[in-house]
Design a protein around this ligand. Sequence first.
Ligand code: ATP
Ligand code: FE2
Length: 329
Amino acid sequence: MAIVLGIESTAHTFGIGIVKNGKILANIKKTYTTETGGIIPSEAAKHHKENKEKIYFDALANAGIVEKDIDAISFSQGPGLSPCLLEGIRFAKELSEKLKKPLVPVNHCIAHLEIGKLTNAEDPVMLYTSGANTQIIAYSSGKYRIFGETLDLGVGNFIDTFARLLGAGFPGGPVIQKLAEGKRSYIELPYVVKGMDISLSGILTNLQQKFNSKKYSKEDLCYSMQETVFAMLVETAERALAHTGKRELLLGGGVACNSRLQEMCRIMCDERGAKLFVPPREVLVDNGAMIAFLGEIMFQKGIKFSGKEIENLDIKPRQRTDEVEVEWK
Ligand code: ATP
Ligand code: FE2
């Protein structure tokens, strides 16, 4: 029996989750947003610093526990924006010292995959599409491997940049989704799949040119963007399913909130006899519960840092999914 607290702070969200024996007791978060313009890392970090105490105490109250009930503190070690990650690790170290409890560093991307297992997926291929990350990940031969990824922009950042061009604030995904709904005409856009990977920067330039030409409606551009880019994601996810022989597709990351992307994934899965798993929104987007959830699994296997070891623990802004030593399986 263990109660593990998890801290998420890789980007715009500061979240704290509390998990006991694989059950989520609390999942509190606050997200930095803007009316116009994108995310400024130092501003997001400031947001985290200002909100962390309240989120922490709200999480404890929500879980119905007190500080001394916590057995370990896990935190997102990477990948992510350095100023944001630093707020998380600082807070984790502070709590560890105050409560005299060990730390468990967690990889953010793998946490997205592991929490997805609450949906009863057993050994899925995950299509992970968030702001900074676009990866197709699956566990294979002792590691979480990347079967395909973006060669440049994360699909969420790509969508947010396009939304900014249209005058929307951050996050842009929901605005674009709305504009794309209804009766729309498809405008031809570049379709860029290279092997198992995708590339988005050329499509962004193309969209910018089309928008600036004033020949196309915002709605048609949003619709065409979604149809094209989501088809690229579905194609590469399907190839990963075929390559690994797995029969489960799990969605992760904020872009997976998009109902059209979900629909396209469902059609593909139905056609090939695979099963689609879509976690509820609160664990799909960045959240502390997923960090606590994987943190607890690792802690139970004896992976933890205490005393002097903690001094050497640092953030890993560019940590790759396949770099992680999976000692807990
Ligand atoms: P990371 O996991 O890379 O640190 P993040 O902090 O940006 O990323 P999430 O909260 O998983 O992560 O995702 C946020 C992204 O999801 C934003 O880019 C946002 O525009 C996008 N998004 C949210 N809802 C939708 C939607 N309905 N359609 C498309 N994109 C969406
Ligand atoms: Fe994420």
